[in-house]
Design a protein around this ligand. Structure first.
Ligand SMILES: [Ca+2]
Ligand SMILES: [Ca+2]
Ligand SMILES: [Ca+2]
Ligand SMILES: [Ca+2]
Length: 863
């Protein structure tokens, strides 16, 4: 049948070798037997088990008589009992005596051990604190099972210094482990936790309460707990002495109207009254006139084993058997729960299922008779097809858990056993899937990773593509669930895997966000076999770089689920960031030229309107950051020719800005306070340059002058030969593509050009602007600060009616020359007799006169 998975459980009732620390261990505190006496009788002031025939256990009836006898005869019973009163006892082995003297030795208190034969004092423990009542209670018991008697001494009024430094009366019990004879080890101290609880008022041996081979003890704090109703702490013995942590705390539940109920003021144990093999405890509650019997519950210990065979599951053999075995002595009913592949949590694919139910779970109620020997059961399970799961490395864990059916295990009186809580109630065993990893079935891959980036430097502000060329290799045994993990910087987005190359693998990659970490995970195979080499390209986009960044870093690593060598080297790809801001400054004049003089227009002595000065001239400067990086501060400085030859030149009426910029002038703007006629009469259809005043933000172009021929004749008017004013602008942060525009509105002071010395000349009136970036926002990166200069020019062209006016003397000379020529001609003609000729006939003259008006008429029609 191929390989078998055999699971065996052996159940045994073993009530040995346990100690544990739960606060509700094996005394049955749910249903104690309560004996009550007459009210106010102090019934339960002292308690003892009475065993007249010296049998191993006393009977319940005897117990009852013991109490009534005790009450009737008060303390006269002492001779018959094993332990008398609460502070005097006989050490049974040696028949020596121990007595506590709580107020002796100047109120320090002491405990004396007397030799039973001669009643000589052989040992003396003295208290360390006055009025602590050291010796108020004593108990002699071998708690570490070394056959040497140990001694417990209570000091219920002991004052302990609390964490605040103040003394608190909490009580104390000293434990002296015997070294043989009358010698003892250093004292072990158990200190009470509650103030005025009288911890250590009584101590008593319980015998071996949980049957683990070590005697156990009870320590009472009769005024501790809720409403001071009293507490009894059960401490288990162990090889090193007494476990300082109580395994159980019994609470008094009996209130008393007149006085404290004093639960635990007297106690006695070590006697098995119900003969179930476990000694029981009786606690006196004299304030409530009660005595309470706590019976010990049998302690159930299940010793179970689980084996899986074979421990390596071969994916070729999918079906196999489970063989279950168990055995029990007295315990009958319990439930077993089996879970396969428990390391795979709910919702994950379980790689192993039971054959009979196709489920990874199996529960079974079992009833076992102790007459039968070990019982076995076979179950079949199988490994599902390995195409249905990825994880071949994680062990297949089989988890077996058992629970008891307590109710069916109760004895005749209803006392329930208790599971020993020191042993686990479950067993886990593991199997593995056969891997192609050599004889040890352990794969040790040898993963290597190298990465190359195609970008050495990235400009801040750009949307940068970046490709990482990844080479992943496995030079060892198979790597299971091998993934390449790329941890992205926050500035990068994953675009995809490079697929247009023959040489590159087309990896399957996915972007994931794990908490705040952004990763790309690429599947390298399951397994990524030994000898595999994968080369792939991963493309990213890097953007949204912050001003603090100096680099972007990608972390790459191959990870597998193997137990050993499960990762490759970690590769960090760092790309440096650089700053580059290209800033352009452009200037333009609108209009580009003005022709003077202006027809039908005269400048006014005292201008009121802007038009009284001259036509509108607008210079526009645009500062544009073409990026890619941002600049945070720049200064734009405009030198403006405002005065020339003692006359105004370009008279600024106002400046405007568009964008993140503030400007000011070192001279007052519009000192004459002229107004814009456009705002006075909107209906005016002035042909002045005001029409150009609308902001032309989007198309500030400099047109080449078509007419170049006159340029040589233009006289430059700029800050070299005129008086200039300065307009200074503080430009704020400009990102890539943003701009700031300065509009300077001025009027050409025509009157200056009409002055005689300036007339008939053409000029090139030029303002200049320069900027310098003074701050970039990238504190951690070096950046060059761009600067530049430009200008805007207005041509003022003198354009009279006669483009080439003729001087007067030339005209006079020409007229004179013409007259002279005419006189000469007349003289010549006269000499030749022209004027002596016979006059023409009368008709001719009429004819001639008739022609004249006709010519005139023709001219008129043309006109
Ligand atoms: Ca001992
Ligand atoms: Ca014990
Ligand atoms: Ca018992
Ligand atoms: Ca191997």
């Amino acid at each position: 049948m191929g390989k078998h998975l055999i699971c065996c459980w052996i159940w045994a009732l073993v009530a040995l070798f346990y100690f544990q620390q739960a606060l509700s261990f094996n005394l049955d505190s749910s249903k104690p037997t309560v004996f009550a006496g007459p009210p106010g009788s102090y019934f339960g002031f002292s308690v003892a088990f009475f065993n007249p025939d010296n049998k191993r256990s006393a009977s319940w009836e005897l117990l009852k008589s013991d109490f009534s006898l005790h009450w009737d005869q008060e303390a006269s019973l002492l001779n018959e009992s094993i332990v008398v009163s609460n502070s005097f006892l006989i050490l049974p082995a040696s028949l020596d005596y121990v007595t506590g003297v709580p107020r002796g030795e100047k109120a320090l208190g002491y405990v004396n051990i007397f030799n039973g034969k001669n009643m000589e004092s052989v040992y003396n423990f003295t208290g360390t604190q006055m009025a602590a009542y050291f010796g108020h209670s004593v108990a002699a018991v071998d708690i570490n099972n070394d056959r040497k008697m140990d001694l417990l001494v209570g000091a219920p009024l002991f004052m302990d210094r609390g964490s605040d430094g103040k003394l608190r009366e909490v009580g104390q019990v000293n434990v002296y482990l015997g070294k043989g004879g009358f010698t003892f080890n250093n004292v072990i101290k158990l200190t009470g936790s509650e103030i005025y609880a009288r911890y250590g008022s009584s101590v008593c041996s319980l015998g071996d309460l949980n049957m683990d081979g070590y005697n156990d003890v009870a320590i009472a704090a009769p005024y501790g707990g809720q409403f001071h109703r009293g507490l009894v702490y059960i401490h288990n013995g162990r090889p090193t002495g007494l476990n300082p942590v109580a395994s159980q705390v019994l609470e008094g539940t009996w209130a008393s109207a007149s006085m404290p109920s004093s639960f635990g003021y007297a106690m006695n144990g070590g006697t098995d009254v119900d003969q179930n093999g476990y000694p029981d405890l009786i606690v006196g509650v004299f304030g409530a006139d009660k005595a309470v019997l706590y019976r010990a519950r049998p302690v159930i210990s299940v010793n179970s084993t689980l084996d899986i065979s074979p421990q390596i599951l071969n994916p070729e053999d999918k079906s196999f058997k489970l063989f279950l075995t168990w055995k029990t002595l007295s315990f009958k009913d319990f439930q077993v729960d089996l879970t396969l592949d428990r390391l795979k949590h709910k919702g994950a694919i379980k790689r192993v299922l039971f054959l009979h139910n196709k489920m990874p779970h199996y529960s079974k109620n079992m009833t076992v008779s102790n007459s039968q020997g070990p019982a076995c059961e076979e179950l079949q399970a199988y490994l599902i097809d390995d195409s249905e799961f990825r994880d071949k490395i994680t062990p297949i864990s089989v988890f077996m858990e058992y629970s008891l059916d307590y109710k069916t295990a109760a004895d005749k009186t209803g006392l329930l056993p208790i599971l020993d809580q020191s042993t686990p109630t479950n067993v886990t065993k593991q199997a593995h899937i056969l891997l192609d990893c050599g004889e040890d079935n352990i794969c040790k891959p040898d993963l290597k990773l190298s990465v190359v980036s195609d970008q050495k430097e990235i400009y801040i502000g750009d949307d940068n593509p970046l490709t990482l060329a990844v080479t992943a290799e496995n030079a060892g045994e198979g790597a299971y669930e091998a993934d390449l993990t790329v941890t992205l910087p926050s500035q990068a987005d994953f675009i995809g895997v490079v697929r247009n190359s023959e040489t590159l693998s087309r990896l399957s990659c996915a972007f994931k966000k794990e908490n705040q970490t952004r990763v790309v995970v690429c599947d390298l195979g399951n397994p990524m076999k030994g000898g595999t080499k994968i080369i792939a390209g991963l493309r990213f986009s890097v953007h949204q770089l912050s001003e603090q960044d100096t680099e972007v870093k990608f972390d790459l690593q191959i990870q597998s689920s193997n137990q050993f060598n499960n990762t490759s080297n970690l590769v960090s790809v760092v790309t440096k960031l650089a700053v580059l801001a290209k800033v352009k400054l452009r200037g333009v004049s609108a209009p580009e030229q003005v022709f003077l003089p202006i027809a039908n227009w005269q400048p006014k002595e005292s201008p009121v309107l802007e038009d009284d000065i001259g036509p509108l001239v607008q210079h526009i400067y645009e500062l544009r950051n073409t990026g890619p990086s941002t600049f945070s501060k720049a200064i734009l400085d405009v030198q403006w020719p405002y005065r020339f030859n003692n006359g105004s030149l370009l008279y600024i009426t106002k400046i405007e800005v568009d964008g993140n910029m503030n400007c000011s002038s070192n001279r007052e703007l519009n000192p004459l306070n002229v107004t814009n006629p456009r705002f006075i009469d909107k209906n005016e259809t002035s042909a002045s340059g005001d029409r150009a005043e609308g902001r032309n933000r989007h198309s500030v172009h400099r047109r080449d002058l078509e007419d170049k021929q006159g340029e040589e004749n233009l006289e430059n008017l700029d800050c070299g030969n005129t008086e200039c004013q300065e307009i200074k602008c503080w430009v704020g942060r400009l990102e890539k593509g943003q701009s700031a525009i300065l509009f300077i509105y001025s009027r050409l002071a025509v009157s200056t050009f009409l002055k005689a010395e300036n007339q008939n000349k053409s000029y090139n009136v030029r303002s200049t602007a320069s900027f310098s970036v003074i701050e970039m926002p990238y504190k951690n990166l070096y950046s060059e600060l761009p600067t530049s200069t430009t200008s805007a020019s207005l041509k003022v062209i003198w354009n009279s009616e006669n483009p080439q006016p003729v001087p007067g003397w030339v005209v006079a000379l020409a007229v004179l020359a013409g007259l002279l020529l005419l006189a000469l001609l007349i003289f010549v003609m006269y000499k030749m007799g022209f004027f002596k000729r016979v006059r023409p006939p009368q008709d001719d003259s009429i004819e001639k006169e008739q022609l004249q008006p006709q010519e005139n008429g023709d001219r008129n029609t043309e006109a």
